[in-house]
Design a protein around this ligand. Structure first.
Ligand SMILES: Nc1ncnc2c1ncn2[C@@H]1O[C@H](COP(=O)(O)OP(=O)(O)O)[C@@H](O)[C@H]1O
Ligand SMILES: [Mg+2]
Length: 368
Protein backbone atom coordinates (compact mmCIF):
# COMPACT_ATOMS: atom_id res chain seq x y z
CA UNK A 1 0.00 0.00 0.00
CA UNK A 2 1.11 3.56 -0.49
CA UNK A 3 0.38 7.26 -0.25
CA UNK A 4 0.42 9.48 -3.33
CA UNK A 5 1.27 13.15 -2.96
CA UNK A 6 1.17 15.99 -5.40
CA UNK A 7 3.30 18.93 -4.32
CA UNK A 8 2.66 22.01 -6.51
CA UNK A 9 2.39 19.84 -9.61
CA UNK A 10 1.74 21.55 -12.94
CA UNK A 11 1.35 19.97 -16.37
CA UNK A 12 1.43 22.05 -19.54
CA UNK A 13 0.92 20.94 -23.12
CA UNK A 14 2.45 23.87 -25.01
CA UNK A 15 0.21 26.81 -24.14
CA UNK A 16 -2.47 24.69 -22.47
CA UNK A 17 -2.18 24.27 -18.70
CA UNK A 18 -3.92 20.94 -18.12
CA UNK A 19 -3.15 20.78 -14.38
CA UNK A 20 -2.35 23.95 -12.49
CA UNK A 21 -0.33 23.88 -9.26
CA UNK A 22 -1.98 20.79 -7.77
CA UNK A 23 -1.16 20.00 -4.15
CA UNK A 24 -2.96 16.98 -2.72
CA UNK A 25 -2.06 14.17 -0.32
CA UNK A 26 -3.76 10.86 -0.97
CA UNK A 27 -3.77 8.77 2.18
CA UNK A 28 -2.67 5.14 2.31
CA UNK A 29 -5.63 2.87 1.62
CA UNK A 30 -8.16 5.56 0.77
CA UNK A 31 -10.52 5.68 -2.20
CA UNK A 32 -9.81 9.08 -3.73
CA UNK A 33 -12.06 10.28 -6.54
CA UNK A 34 -11.08 13.02 -8.99
CA UNK A 35 -14.25 14.56 -10.37
CA UNK A 36 -15.03 17.50 -12.64
CA UNK A 37 -16.32 18.33 -16.11
CA UNK A 38 -14.64 17.09 -19.26
CA UNK A 39 -11.25 18.73 -19.88
CA UNK A 40 -10.62 19.79 -16.26
CA UNK A 41 -7.41 17.76 -15.94
CA UNK A 42 -8.52 14.51 -14.27
CA UNK A 43 -6.97 12.09 -16.75
CA UNK A 44 -3.77 14.12 -16.92
CA UNK A 45 -3.47 13.97 -13.10
CA UNK A 46 -3.95 10.19 -13.15
CA UNK A 47 -1.51 9.71 -16.03
CA UNK A 48 1.12 11.68 -14.12
CA UNK A 49 0.76 9.22 -11.20
CA UNK A 50 1.10 6.37 -13.69
CA UNK A 51 4.17 7.94 -15.25
CA UNK A 52 2.53 8.23 -18.66
CA UNK A 53 2.96 12.03 -18.72
CA UNK A 54 5.99 14.13 -17.86
CA UNK A 55 5.54 16.65 -15.07
CA UNK A 56 6.21 20.27 -16.05
CA UNK A 57 6.77 21.55 -12.51
CA UNK A 58 6.44 20.30 -8.94
CA UNK A 59 7.07 17.02 -7.17
CA UNK A 60 5.08 13.78 -7.21
CA UNK A 61 5.66 11.10 -4.59
CA UNK A 62 4.41 7.55 -4.26
CA UNK A 63 5.13 6.52 -0.68
CA UNK A 64 8.35 8.29 0.27
CA UNK A 65 9.82 8.09 -3.18
CA UNK A 66 9.92 11.00 -5.63
CA UNK A 67 8.72 9.46 -8.89
CA UNK A 68 8.99 12.41 -11.32
CA UNK A 69 11.58 10.49 -13.31
CA UNK A 70 10.66 6.89 -12.47
CA UNK A 71 9.49 4.74 -15.40
CA UNK A 72 5.85 3.55 -15.32
CA UNK A 73 6.82 -0.10 -14.92
CA UNK A 74 8.85 0.72 -11.81
CA UNK A 75 6.08 2.60 -10.00
CA UNK A 76 4.14 -0.33 -8.53
CA UNK A 77 0.82 0.91 -9.87
CA UNK A 78 -1.85 -0.69 -12.06
CA UNK A 79 -4.25 1.26 -14.24
CA UNK A 80 -7.74 0.40 -15.51
CA UNK A 81 -8.95 2.40 -18.49
CA UNK A 82 -12.37 3.25 -19.87
CA UNK A 83 -11.73 1.03 -22.89
CA UNK A 84 -10.99 -2.41 -21.51
CA UNK A 85 -8.08 -2.96 -23.91
CA UNK A 86 -8.22 -6.75 -23.60
CA UNK A 87 -6.29 -8.91 -26.05
CA UNK A 88 -9.06 -10.29 -28.29
CA UNK A 89 -7.23 -13.44 -29.36
CA UNK A 90 -6.39 -14.51 -25.79
CA UNK A 91 -8.60 -16.30 -23.29
CA UNK A 92 -9.61 -14.59 -20.07
CA UNK A 93 -6.99 -16.69 -18.26
CA UNK A 94 -4.23 -15.55 -20.62
CA UNK A 95 -5.41 -11.94 -20.50
CA UNK A 96 -5.13 -12.07 -16.70
CA UNK A 97 -1.74 -13.79 -16.77
CA UNK A 98 -0.14 -11.80 -19.58
CA UNK A 99 1.30 -8.90 -17.57
CA UNK A 100 2.79 -11.30 -15.03
CA UNK A 101 4.37 -13.44 -17.76
CA UNK A 102 6.00 -10.33 -19.19
CA UNK A 103 7.43 -9.67 -15.77
CA UNK A 104 8.73 -13.24 -15.62
CA UNK A 105 6.74 -14.13 -12.50
CA UNK A 106 6.93 -17.92 -12.04
CA UNK A 107 4.22 -20.16 -13.34
CA UNK A 108 2.87 -21.42 -9.99
CA UNK A 109 2.61 -17.87 -8.65
CA UNK A 110 0.81 -16.72 -11.82
CA UNK A 111 -1.71 -19.56 -11.54
CA UNK A 112 -2.34 -18.73 -7.90
CA UNK A 113 -2.92 -15.02 -8.55
CA UNK A 114 -5.14 -15.67 -11.57
CA UNK A 115 -7.27 -18.07 -9.51
CA UNK A 116 -7.55 -15.54 -6.70
CA UNK A 117 -8.52 -12.68 -9.00
CA UNK A 118 -11.02 -14.91 -10.80
CA UNK A 119 -12.57 -15.84 -7.50
CA UNK A 120 -12.73 -12.23 -6.21
CA UNK A 121 -14.40 -11.11 -9.44
CA UNK A 122 -16.49 -14.22 -9.99
CA UNK A 123 -14.82 -14.96 -13.32
CA UNK A 124 -14.00 -18.63 -12.62
CA UNK A 125 -16.54 -19.89 -15.16
CA UNK A 126 -15.19 -17.73 -17.95
CA UNK A 127 -11.44 -18.36 -17.74
CA UNK A 128 -11.37 -20.28 -21.04
CA UNK A 129 -13.51 -17.82 -23.00
CA UNK A 130 -12.31 -15.12 -25.36
CA UNK A 131 -13.33 -11.47 -24.68
CA UNK A 132 -15.87 -11.48 -27.54
CA UNK A 133 -17.76 -14.26 -25.74
CA UNK A 134 -18.27 -12.01 -22.70
CA UNK A 135 -20.75 -9.25 -21.85
CA UNK A 136 -19.50 -5.67 -21.38
CA UNK A 137 -19.67 -6.02 -17.60
CA UNK A 138 -17.69 -9.27 -17.66
CA UNK A 139 -15.06 -7.67 -19.88
CA UNK A 140 -14.70 -4.80 -17.47
CA UNK A 141 -14.23 -7.34 -14.64
CA UNK A 142 -11.43 -8.96 -16.63
CA UNK A 143 -9.82 -5.53 -17.01
CA UNK A 144 -10.08 -5.09 -13.23
CA UNK A 145 -8.69 -8.62 -12.76
CA UNK A 146 -5.67 -7.75 -14.84
CA UNK A 147 -4.94 -4.92 -12.42
CA UNK A 148 -5.58 -7.06 -9.32
CA UNK A 149 -3.12 -9.84 -10.27
CA UNK A 150 -0.36 -7.26 -10.33
CA UNK A 151 -0.91 -6.67 -6.57
CA UNK A 152 0.04 -3.02 -7.00
CA UNK A 153 0.55 -0.47 -4.23
CA UNK A 154 -1.91 1.87 -5.96
CA UNK A 155 -4.83 1.26 -8.33
CA UNK A 156 -5.60 3.96 -10.89
CA UNK A 157 -8.95 3.92 -12.67
CA UNK A 158 -10.01 6.29 -15.43
CA UNK A 159 -13.79 6.32 -15.96
CA UNK A 160 -13.90 2.50 -15.87
CA UNK A 161 -17.72 2.35 -15.86
CA UNK A 162 -18.58 4.74 -18.65
CA UNK A 163 -18.99 2.04 -21.30
CA UNK A 164 -21.53 0.12 -19.21
CA UNK A 165 -25.30 0.56 -19.25
CA UNK A 166 -26.97 2.17 -16.24
CA UNK A 167 -27.82 -1.07 -14.41
CA UNK A 168 -24.38 -2.61 -14.87
CA UNK A 169 -22.77 0.63 -13.83
CA UNK A 170 -24.51 0.46 -10.46
CA UNK A 171 -23.53 -3.22 -10.04
CA UNK A 172 -19.91 -2.70 -11.04
CA UNK A 173 -19.69 0.37 -8.82
CA UNK A 174 -20.55 -1.86 -5.86
CA UNK A 175 -18.06 -4.48 -7.04
CA UNK A 176 -15.23 -1.96 -7.14
CA UNK A 177 -16.15 -0.77 -3.64
CA UNK A 178 -16.20 -4.36 -2.39
CA UNK A 179 -12.82 -4.86 -4.00
CA UNK A 180 -11.48 -1.81 -2.22
CA UNK A 181 -12.84 -3.00 1.13
CA UNK A 182 -11.26 -6.38 0.60
CA UNK A 183 -7.85 -5.28 -0.69
CA UNK A 184 -7.61 -2.04 1.32
CA UNK A 185 -5.28 -0.72 -1.38
CA UNK A 186 -5.04 2.97 -2.25
CA UNK A 187 -7.31 3.68 -5.21
CA UNK A 188 -7.43 6.81 -7.32
CA UNK A 189 -10.56 6.93 -9.42
CA UNK A 190 -11.46 9.44 -12.12
CA UNK A 191 -15.01 10.22 -13.19
CA UNK A 192 -17.02 13.15 -14.57
CA UNK A 193 -20.10 11.78 -12.81
CA UNK A 194 -20.82 13.37 -9.44
CA UNK A 195 -23.08 10.49 -8.37
CA UNK A 196 -20.23 8.02 -8.86
CA UNK A 197 -17.94 10.34 -6.95
CA UNK A 198 -20.39 10.76 -4.07
CA UNK A 199 -21.19 7.05 -3.75
CA UNK A 200 -17.63 5.76 -4.09
CA UNK A 201 -15.18 8.26 -2.66
CA UNK A 202 -13.65 8.20 0.81
CA UNK A 203 -12.71 11.69 -0.26
CA UNK A 204 -13.43 13.61 -3.44
CA UNK A 205 -11.16 16.09 -5.20
CA UNK A 206 -13.25 18.46 -7.33
CA UNK A 207 -11.42 20.00 -10.27
CA UNK A 208 -12.31 22.74 -12.71
CA UNK A 209 -10.10 24.19 -15.42
CA UNK A 210 -6.97 22.39 -14.24
CA UNK A 211 -7.38 23.68 -10.69
CA UNK A 212 -8.28 21.77 -7.55
CA UNK A 213 -11.37 23.46 -6.11
CA UNK A 214 -11.97 21.47 -2.94
CA UNK A 215 -11.08 18.12 -1.45
CA UNK A 216 -13.00 16.36 1.31
CA UNK A 217 -15.42 13.60 2.24
CA UNK A 218 -18.64 13.58 0.15
CA UNK A 219 -20.81 15.03 2.89
CA UNK A 220 -18.45 17.91 3.54
CA UNK A 221 -18.56 18.90 -0.13
CA UNK A 222 -22.34 18.64 -0.13
CA UNK A 223 -22.88 20.57 3.12
CA UNK A 224 -20.04 23.07 2.85
CA UNK A 225 -19.03 23.72 -0.77
CA UNK A 226 -16.20 26.28 -0.76
CA UNK A 227 -17.44 28.01 -3.88
CA UNK A 228 -20.27 28.26 -6.36
CA UNK A 229 -18.65 25.78 -8.74
CA UNK A 230 -18.51 23.00 -6.14
CA UNK A 231 -22.02 23.88 -4.92
CA UNK A 232 -23.39 23.53 -8.42
CA UNK A 233 -21.37 20.48 -9.41
CA UNK A 234 -21.96 18.30 -6.35
CA UNK A 235 -25.59 17.26 -5.78
CA UNK A 236 -28.27 16.23 -8.25
CA UNK A 237 -30.42 17.87 -9.52
CA UNK A 238 -28.06 20.85 -9.37
CA UNK A 239 -28.33 23.65 -6.84
CA UNK A 240 -30.46 26.67 -7.85
CA UNK A 241 -28.69 30.04 -7.79
CA UNK A 242 -30.47 33.35 -7.33
CA UNK A 243 -28.83 36.79 -7.11
CA UNK A 244 -30.24 38.56 -4.05
CA UNK A 245 -29.68 42.03 -2.60
CA UNK A 246 -29.32 42.99 1.05
CA UNK A 247 -32.14 45.20 2.33
CA UNK A 248 -33.24 46.65 5.66
CA UNK A 249 -31.12 47.41 8.68
CA UNK A 250 -28.80 45.52 10.96
CA UNK A 251 -31.14 43.59 13.27
CA UNK A 252 -33.63 42.65 10.57
CA UNK A 253 -31.47 42.49 7.46
CA UNK A 254 -33.06 40.56 4.62
CA UNK A 255 -31.97 39.20 1.27
CA UNK A 256 -34.39 40.02 -1.52
CA UNK A 257 -34.97 39.34 -5.17
CA UNK A 258 -38.17 39.58 -7.16
CA UNK A 259 -40.36 36.76 -5.83
CA UNK A 260 -37.74 35.67 -3.25
CA UNK A 261 -37.20 36.85 0.32
CA UNK A 262 -35.27 35.55 3.31
CA UNK A 263 -33.77 36.85 6.54
CA UNK A 264 -29.97 36.73 6.64
CA UNK A 265 -29.14 33.41 8.37
CA UNK A 266 -27.58 34.04 11.81
CA UNK A 267 -24.45 32.07 11.03
CA UNK A 268 -23.77 34.31 8.03
CA UNK A 269 -24.69 37.68 9.55
CA UNK A 270 -21.09 38.84 10.12
CA UNK A 271 -20.00 37.70 6.65
CA UNK A 272 -22.92 39.50 4.96
CA UNK A 273 -22.19 42.73 6.86
CA UNK A 274 -24.59 45.55 7.66
CA UNK A 275 -24.76 47.54 4.45
CA UNK A 276 -27.91 47.54 2.34
CA UNK A 277 -27.65 47.10 -1.43
CA UNK A 278 -24.94 44.39 -1.50
CA UNK A 279 -25.53 41.70 -4.12
CA UNK A 280 -24.90 38.06 -3.19
CA UNK A 281 -25.61 34.76 -4.90
CA UNK A 282 -27.85 32.50 -2.85
CA UNK A 283 -27.84 28.74 -3.44
CA UNK A 284 -30.82 26.45 -2.78
CA UNK A 285 -30.71 22.68 -3.31
CA UNK A 286 -33.82 21.20 -5.00
CA UNK A 287 -34.25 18.59 -2.25
CA UNK A 288 -34.39 21.26 0.47
CA UNK A 289 -37.64 22.82 -0.72
CA UNK A 290 -40.90 22.35 1.12
CA UNK A 291 -44.31 23.95 0.66
CA UNK A 292 -45.99 26.56 2.91
CA UNK A 293 -46.02 26.74 6.71
CA UNK A 294 -45.49 29.77 8.89
CA UNK A 295 -41.81 29.29 9.74
CA UNK A 296 -39.99 32.62 9.94
CA UNK A 297 -36.68 30.79 9.51
CA UNK A 298 -37.27 30.05 5.85
CA UNK A 299 -36.51 31.49 2.46
CA UNK A 300 -39.84 32.12 0.68
CA UNK A 301 -40.48 31.89 -3.02
CA UNK A 302 -43.61 33.07 -4.79
CA UNK A 303 -43.62 30.39 -7.47
CA UNK A 304 -45.82 29.00 -10.18
CA UNK A 305 -45.45 25.34 -11.15
CA UNK A 306 -44.47 25.05 -14.77
CA UNK A 307 -43.56 21.44 -15.55
CA UNK A 308 -44.05 18.56 -13.11
CA UNK A 309 -42.01 15.37 -13.54
CA UNK A 310 -43.50 12.50 -11.57
CA UNK A 311 -40.80 10.22 -10.12
CA UNK A 312 -42.88 7.99 -7.83
CA UNK A 313 -42.46 9.05 -4.21
CA UNK A 314 -41.23 12.46 -5.33
CA UNK A 315 -41.93 15.01 -8.02
CA UNK A 316 -39.44 17.26 -9.73
CA UNK A 317 -41.08 20.66 -10.07
CA UNK A 318 -39.78 23.19 -12.58
CA UNK A 319 -41.22 26.38 -11.14
CA UNK A 320 -41.27 29.93 -12.38
CA UNK A 321 -40.29 32.61 -9.85
CA UNK A 322 -40.59 36.04 -11.49
CA UNK A 323 -39.20 34.72 -14.75
CA UNK A 324 -36.50 32.55 -13.11
CA UNK A 325 -36.43 28.78 -13.43
CA UNK A 326 -36.31 27.08 -10.04
CA UNK A 327 -36.11 23.30 -9.67
CA UNK A 328 -37.62 21.79 -6.53
CA UNK A 329 -37.86 18.15 -5.50
CA UNK A 330 -41.04 17.67 -3.49
CA UNK A 331 -42.92 14.75 -2.01
CA UNK A 332 -45.58 13.57 -4.45
CA UNK A 333 -48.07 13.99 -1.61
CA UNK A 334 -48.21 17.70 -2.38
CA UNK A 335 -49.83 16.75 -5.71
CA UNK A 336 -48.57 19.91 -7.41
CA UNK A 337 -50.19 20.55 -10.83
CA UNK A 338 -48.81 22.68 -13.67
CA UNK A 339 -50.03 26.28 -13.46
CA UNK A 340 -50.61 26.08 -9.72
CA UNK A 341 -49.22 28.84 -7.46
CA UNK A 342 -46.88 27.39 -4.80
CA UNK A 343 -45.44 28.92 -1.67
CA UNK A 344 -42.00 27.29 -1.81
CA UNK A 345 -39.77 27.40 1.26
CA UNK A 346 -36.20 26.47 2.11
CA UNK A 347 -35.02 26.33 5.75
CA UNK A 348 -32.39 29.01 6.43
CA UNK A 349 -30.02 26.36 7.80
CA UNK A 350 -29.77 24.94 4.26
CA UNK A 351 -29.20 28.21 2.41
CA UNK A 352 -25.74 28.83 0.93
CA UNK A 353 -24.39 32.28 0.06
CA UNK A 354 -21.63 33.02 -2.43
CA UNK A 355 -19.72 36.17 -3.29
CA UNK A 356 -20.68 36.94 -6.91
CA UNK A 357 -17.20 38.21 -7.80
CA UNK A 358 -14.85 35.61 -6.31
CA UNK A 359 -17.62 32.95 -6.24
CA UNK A 360 -16.33 31.92 -2.77
CA UNK A 361 -18.79 30.69 -0.17
CA UNK A 362 -19.42 33.29 2.55
CA UNK A 363 -19.31 30.50 5.11
CA UNK A 364 -15.80 29.57 3.99
CA UNK A 365 -14.72 33.20 3.90
CA UNK A 366 -16.08 33.71 7.41
CA UNK A 367 -14.21 30.66 8.72
CA UNK A 368 -10.85 31.59 7.21
N1 LIG B 1 -1.75 15.10 -25.22
C1 LIG B 1 -2.32 16.30 -25.11
N2 LIG B 1 -1.91 17.36 -25.87
C2 LIG B 1 -2.46 18.59 -25.73
N3 LIG B 1 -3.43 18.88 -24.85
C3 LIG B 1 -3.88 17.89 -24.07
C4 LIG B 1 -3.36 16.55 -24.15
N4 LIG B 1 -4.01 15.78 -23.24
C5 LIG B 1 -4.90 16.59 -22.63
N5 LIG B 1 -4.83 17.85 -23.12
C6 LIG B 1 -5.63 19.01 -22.66
O1 LIG B 1 -5.47 19.13 -21.28
C7 LIG B 1 -6.69 19.45 -20.64
C8 LIG B 1 -7.06 18.40 -19.62
O2 LIG B 1 -7.34 17.18 -20.27
P1 LIG B 1 -7.72 15.85 -19.50
O3 LIG B 1 -6.80 15.66 -18.36
O4 LIG B 1 -7.81 14.76 -20.50
O5 LIG B 1 -9.18 16.21 -18.94
P2 LIG B 1 -10.32 15.27 -18.32
O6 LIG B 1 -9.76 13.89 -18.12
O7 LIG B 1 -10.67 15.94 -17.03
O8 LIG B 1 -11.46 15.31 -19.28
C9 LIG B 1 -7.71 19.61 -21.77
O9 LIG B 1 -7.76 20.95 -22.12
C10 LIG B 1 -7.10 18.79 -22.88
O10 LIG B 1 -7.51 19.26 -24.13
MG1 LIG C 1 -10.44 12.08 -18.96
Amino acid sequence: MATVSFDHVTKKYGEVTAVDDLSLDIVDGEFMVFVGPSGCGKTTSLRMIAGLEDITAGTLRIGDRIVNDVAPKDRDIAMVFQSYALYPHMTVRDNLAFGLKLRKVDKAEIDKRVQEAASILDLGKYLDRKPKELSGGQRQRVALGRAIVREPAVFLMDEPLSNLDAKLRVQTRAEILRLHQRLETTMVYVTHDQTEAMTMGTRIAVMSDGKLQQVGPPQELYDHPVNRFVGGFIGSPAMNFVDVTTAGSDGSMRLEAEGVSLPVPDRLRAAVGSGAGRTLTAGFRPEHFTVGGDGADTARFAATADVVEYLGSEELIHANVSGRDIVALLSSEFKIRPGEAIDLRVPLAKVQLFDPESSASLETLAAS
